[in-house]
Design a protein around this ligand. Sequence first.
Ligand code: ZN
Length: 344
Amino acid sequence: MKAAVIHENGELDVVRVEEVPEPAPGSGEVVLKVTCAGLNHLDIWVRKGRPGTSLSGTHILGSDAVGLVEELGRDVEGVRVGDEVIVNPALSCGRCEFCARGQQSECPSFGIAGLSRPGTFAERVVVPARNLWPKPAHLSVEEAGALSLASVTAWRMLMTRAQIRPGESVLIHGIGGGAALCALQFAKLIGAKVIVTSSSDEKLARARELGADHAIHYRSQDVAERVKEITAGRGVDVAVDSVGAATWPLDFACVRRGGRIVTCGITTGAKAETNLQALYWNQLTILGSTMGSNEDFRQMLRAVTVNRLRPVIDEVFTLDEVRQAMAKMEAGRQFGKIALRVAP
Ligand SMILES: [Zn+2]
């Protein structure tokens, strides 16, 4: 079968589309015939490699997918051949203390499809049956294939970790990325006031169309000053940060006393200085968040289905065009999710 793989860590040129052996399902697993897959920043991190980790052999990239169940391994229940399903890419042991509590993303052996097992940028992928969920009927295959990772990440950040409430104000940095746009949609769904930032007038205008209440151009405007103006000097209740080092100091300047900062990503770098005085004096809460538990995923999917929400799709590429697709994401030119059409 055809797949987008890397044999070594590196820049875009290490990504190849080539023939790889057909995967076989183990116990509790199924073979999914992939219709459409979705790109995430995680694919770039996996391709580049993390310091101290090494790649062994051929690795298939990709975490998100929608497809048809083609073959069942042993001991699979609740899934049938021909079912159209999406993949929850979060992998956990299912046995530890944290899994038993239902906090699968806190599992010590937590992993992600495309990171710790072969990914979805392939004609077929083997996934645990318990990671499959019915495709929401109102979504196109491109929308469904790009839904999971960004949506569950945004859901957990806002609903489970920051616990936003109707009427609260939320600052979302760098609108245009998948998780940031999902956060905008979910925050509006719950009735929050949303302020977004970008360096692109076009992205800000599109965010306004999606319901953002205020848009700040972070190159031509002082974000902290504008946030203070918009909130009448108070600051926002919650800052949602998937940008990292570049926006971390801003979060502290923009949240109200007693406010929350929730972070799920480090696109601009992992190391940032924290003003501890601002942290304790203003009684702030810093929340880290990674993907989501099974319950987060269930709630997210329910909210998307009942409210007929659609992830914003930027562009659809073919599997053969995976390098172009990754280049666009790496340059930050996208507004919304980039999808890979795998099957016709
Ligand atoms: Zn576990």
